[in-house]
Design a protein around this ligand. Structure first.
Ligand code: ARG
Length: 462
């Protein structure tokens, strides 16, 4: 048997691959990161082949043990990856055959790299989702602690970035928590949909061997098997869904970052970020820059770009497998690395955010943040809301000109705007009065923040 091409698939080729094309088409430089999933998948496939009698038990055992040995070699840095062998799959298979001989050559029976890579990727995204879900849990814990510490801290709540109504800092932290809890549940939704076994789809049409896909699925912890072989080898929806969910995680972290960046300027002065999360300026000695949140905000662009890359990668592909799909990995891996780093730095930074309570309070006291409370007070005394709104607007104009807060106006002054105002108004238009009045499920009163934290901790089982 003579062949002009020594590749695993080289039989029908008269000449060897151009060095340039080899360089151009290899993927092992990035897909070697799938080695664990590739080995797990191959071991399950071999066991299944033995179970249905396509492979001898001894061969299957040799394959499983040989792959274990390769795994060890990879993890201890002793495995030599070769670009000539194209991708992670062929690197491992070629080494296995070198190590154990003919049994290694039988592993690829009833399988194609097309269903193999689909399996590896699903296992990989599943593993990543499990890691990220745990990281989000850690970050959630940090937010709950901070919310508890600052349950009574008054700060301005904003709409249009203008001071709107007083809120508690704890309430604000719990808002952040809601965002990442939805993010986690989106990841877990994606996990449910992807957790089906592709193996058995083979190149595109299935295989002639009497395989038992459900058995393989069980070995790999899949909930079942995919329905259609053509769809299975071409489907990368799960990676796209994952990248969309990851994009939203970063959109959320980016919004937090924007707030922290603003809050840590002297003009806001709401928080102090720990020195070890900031950097200085090489020219301005006074500078302490919030680089970590800035980088998170910046990296969000990359992750959104990765999602875009995957969507565009798919849009022109006819069924079934196309080599285009090899290009799914760099954006996917970059997304995984970026999102997991950003979650980690946030989980480490959040516990050390120092809240400057006096400044938060002073800011809330400045912007007529209890004007709505005064209007609600008048409504309770019988004035229609629109009239109350107008009366309070005039009072705000008056106080602004005088340069004081509504709560600093005398009773006589306030009564100019509505005779319904009485002495009890002052309990309502202080910051605490305003906060405590918003005392229902989901609102900002310190008591409600504490109740929300208690519910959250119970849900966490801690
Ligand atoms: N490296 C390839 C990928 O990532 C593996 C599948 C290759 N299949 C093929 N028929 N060339 O998609």
């Amino acid at each position: 048997m003579s062949s002009g091409n020594a590749k695993l698939w080289g039989g029908r080729f008269a000449e060897s691959t151009s060095a340039l094309v080899e360089k151009f088409s290899e993927s092992v430089s990035f897909d070697s990161r799938l080695y664990r999933q590739d080995i797990r998948g191959s071991q399950a496939h071999a066991r299944m082949l033995a179970k249905v009698g396509v492979l001898g038990t001894e061969d299957a055992e040799r394959i499983v043990a040989g792959l274990d040995a390769i795994l060890e070699r990879i993890e201890s840095g002793q495995f030599e990856w070769s670009e000539k062998l194209e991708d992670v799959h062929m690197n491992i298979e070629a080494r296995l055959t070198e190590d154990i001989g003919d049994a290694g050559k039988r592993l690829h029976t009833g399988r194609s790299r097309n269903d193999q890579v689909a399996t590896d990727l699903r296992l990989y995204v599943r593993d990543v989702i499990d890691d990220l879900a745990e990281l989000i849990g850690r970050l959630e814990g940090a937010l709950l602690d901070l919310a508890e510490r600052e349950a009574d801290t008054v700060m301005p709540g904003f709409t249009h970035l203008q001071i709107a109504q007083p809120v508690t800092f704890g309430h604000h932290m719990l808002a952040w928590r809601e965002q990442i809890l939805r993010d986690r549940s989106r990841l877990l939704d994606c996990r449910k949909r992807l957790n089906l076994l592709p193996l058995g789809s083979a190149a595109l049409a299935g295989t002639v061997y009497p395989i038992d896909r459900h058995y393989t699925a069980g070995l790999l912890g899949f909930d079942g098997v995919t329905e259609n072989s053509l769809d299975t080898v071409s489907d990368r929806d799960f990676a796209i869904e994952f990248c969309a969910a990851a994009g939203l995680i970063l959109v959320h972290l980016s919004r937090w970052s924007e707030e922290l960046i603003l809050w840590s300027t002297p003009m806001f002065g709401f928080v102090d970020l720990p020195d070890r999360f900031c950097t200085g300026s090489s020219i301005m000695p006074q500078k302490k820059n919030p680089d970590v949140p800035e980088l998170v905000r910046g990296k969000t662009g990359r992750v959104i770009g990765n999602l875009q890359a995957l969507l565009v990668l798919m849009k022109g592909q006819p069924l079934a497998y196309n080599r285009d799909n090899q290009e799914d990995k760099p954006p996917l891996f970059d997304t995984v690395d970026t999102v997991s780093m950003c979650l980690q730095v946030y989980a480490e930074m959040v516990p050390h955010i120092a809240v400057k309570r006096d400044n938060c309070r002073a800011a809330a006291a400045k912007g007529f943040s209890t004007a709505t409370d005064l209007a609600d007070y008048l409504v309770k005394k019988g004035l229609p809301f629109r009239d109350a709104h107008h009366a309070v607007g005039s009072a705000v104009g008056y106080a602004a000109q005088k340069g004081c807060d509504l709560s600093e106006l005398s009773l006589e002054e306030l009564r100019q705007f509505s005779p319904l105002v009485e002495k009890d108004v002052y309990e309502r238009i202080t910051l605490e009065g305003s906060l405590n009045a918003r005392n229902h499920y989901g609102a900002t009163a310190p008591a409600q923040v504490r109740a929300a934290i208690a519910r959250a901790r119970a849900a966490r089982g801690a």
